[in-house]
Design a protein around this ligand. Structure first.
Ligand code: NAD
Ligand code: TYD
Length: 346
């Protein structure tokens, strides 16, 4: 099987789970190693016989076709993407290239290389709840909610979802799409809210909260997402979509305050030290007010539900970042420093 984007945040947890749980599978992790991809995330898997790494760009049509012909992948879990909303506002075209064209290249390679009956094939596309747009104070996204993306990131993911579904309808390629809410946990690049703020608290830097801080997200621990992907990959129905969420809505400012208290505790700092770093800054353009997932379909059909509470997951996440300062230092150098200076000083 092929897993794309396996050196990234969610991908690394998915690769580890599959490599350890399924020694009989030959697992190929294809990743270009952009700023967000890091082989340190998978160091413990280097000597597993069922694990292979391929460095390649999904935008390279010829190379993707060559790899499909050479390795004859039966099934794909496709996670490779540009994934950060703020970067998509600065450089939308990069998101069209990787998220739309890159997905098309994989779909075409599957169409051209898989047998006509597609008996043993699956194109499993990992997507986001952001394709549904923004909710008001009430309501939840279900699998039938109309797509209404607002950021270049979510528009590019929506487009790729449509192409996956279209290839299912038009060419019968068996697919599954899952749309998941915001993930958090170990190995997340510190540009997204939770790891950015953990890093800034450690370094006693300001905590830049967009707008009034009353934006709401539904948070899921990354290892619970990986378990949901495993279940769906093996037991989900082809040509279907499943929503995955944490049943766990938080306004940003409440989440940040909880994080501050936990960090003060862990770092032996006086209560209130981290909260003093909170700084309200200019809002993100096109900022979606609220995301919340109705994950009852996957719960009922496949018996999946989150295994940890938010407080437990957040504590495990903080412990991981504090124990892995070298990882943090390595990824916060280079390109990231330039991005951080430009984005937050503008
Ligand atoms: P990430 O940015 O941490 O990792 C993306 C990975 O893709 C990196 O390893 C990167 O090197 C690789 N990649 C990027 N462009 C590539 C290219 N052109 N060719 C090959 N590899 C390339 O992202 P993530 O947060 O782990 O997200 C993974 C997937 O899950 C994405 O498709 C994202 O849209 C989706 N998703 C993420 C979240 C979330 O909260 N992070 C929630 C729902 C869905
Ligand atoms: P983020 O982690 O970027 O995920 P997404 O935009 O995909 O939901 O952001 C989560 C929320 O936190 C979102 O409402 C934007 C907000 N946010 C801030 O207030 N400040 C920040 O510096 C960042 C990165 C995010």
């Amino acid at each position: 099987m092929l897993i794309t984007g396996g050196a990234g945040f969610i991908g690394s947890h998915v690769v580890r789970l599959f490599v350890i749980n399924y020694p009989e599978y030959h697992i190929y992790n294809l990743d270009m190693l952009t700023y967000a991809g890091n082989l340190e995330n998978l160091k413990d898997l280097e000597n597993f016989k069922n694990y292979h790494f391929i460095r390649a760009d999904i935008n390279d049509e010829k190379e993707i076709n060559r790899l499909f012909a050479k390795y004859r992948f039966d099934k794909i879990i496709h996670l490779a993407a540009e994934s950060h909303v703020d970067r998509s506002i600065t450089d939308p075209l990069a998101f069209v290239k990787t998220n739309v064209i890159g997905t098309m290249n994989l779909l075409n390679a599957a169409k051209n290389n898989w047998p006509e009956d597609f008996k043993d094939n699956l194109f499993y596309h990992i997507s986001t709840d952001e394709v549904y747009g923004s909710l008001g104070e009430t309501g939840l996204f279900t699998e039938t909610t109309a797509y209404d993306p607002n950021s270049p990131y979510s528009a590019s993911k929506a487009s790729s979802d449509h192409f996956v579904r279209a290839y299912g309808e038009t060419y019968n390629i068996p697919y599954i799409i899952t749309n998941c809410s915001n993930n958090y946990g170990p190995n997340q690049f510190p540009e997204k809210l939770i790891p950015l703020f953990i890093n800034n608290i450690i370094e006693e830097k300001k905590l830049p909260v967009y707008g009034d801080g009353k934006y709401t997200r539904d948070w899921l621990y990354v290892k619970d997402h990986a378990v949901a992907i495993d279940l769906t990959f093996h037991k989900g129905k082809n040509y279907c979509t499943y929503n995955i969420g944490g049943f766990n809505e938080w306004q940003n400012i409440d989440l940040v305050k909880l994080l501050c208290d936990l960090m003060d505790d862990k770092l032996d700092r006086k209560k209130g030290t981290s909260k003093a770093l909170i700084t309200y800054i200019k809002d993100r353009p096109g900022h979606d007010k609220r995301y919340a997932i109705d994950a009852n379909k996957i719960k009922k059909e496949l018996g999946w539900k989150p295994s940890v509470t938010f407080e437990e997951g957040l504590e495990q996440t903080i412990d991981w970042y504090l124990a892995n300062k070298k990882w943090l230092n390595n990824v916060t150098s280079g390109d990231y420093q330039n991005y951080y200076t430009t984005h937050y000083n503008s």
